[in-house]
Design a protein around this ligand. Structure first.
Ligand code: SF4
Ligand code: SF4
Length: 125
């Protein structure tokens, strides 16, 4: 297996700012269970139908990316439901490279600042 060339712990969580984080039936059930909620209550509270998908994550405001997944801790920059996160989050970005992380590393080297956050903004979606 190829070794991952990205480190999510050093990243501000760009992938969690995507407008579409799809939540499949099994994911919704797992997340509802995680919070001890009925599926119906979880549907209302956490998800919405948008962008042609039956169910995507609701989002919250974010200082860097405009908007980000509601389950993202915007101070610690990490997922708060890691064990229960949807399959779409589990498989991303696959083995090897993360395009955003490559961009981030390049920008941080250029700025000579290891904390620099490269932004492209999804807030309009
Ligand atoms: S954008 Fe890439 S490096 Fe950053 S959290 Fe997502 S997968 Fe990890
Ligand atoms: S569930 Fe977690 S990993 Fe998935 S988008 Fe939301 S904060 Fe990110």
């Amino acid at each position: 297996m190829a070794r991952a060339k990205y480190d999510c712990l050093k990243c501000p969580g760009y992938c969690c700012s995507y407008p579409v984080i799809e939540v499949k039936d099994k994911d919704a059930e797992r997340i509802a269970k995680h919070f001890g909620l009925s599926l119906k209550d979880a549907e209302k509270k956490f998800f919405k139908s948008a962008h042609g998908y039956k169910r995507v994550m609701r989002r919250q405001k974010d200082e860097h990316f405009g908007k980000i997944c509601q389950f993202f801790d915007t101070t610690e920059r990490r997922c708060t439901i890691y064990a229960a996160r949807p399959s779409t989050c589990r498989i991303f970005p696959g083995e090897g490279h993360c395009g955003y992380y490559d961009f981030l590393k390049f920008e941080r080297a250029g700025q000579e600042d290891e904390t620099y956050i490269s932004t492209t903004n999804h807030s309009g979606n």
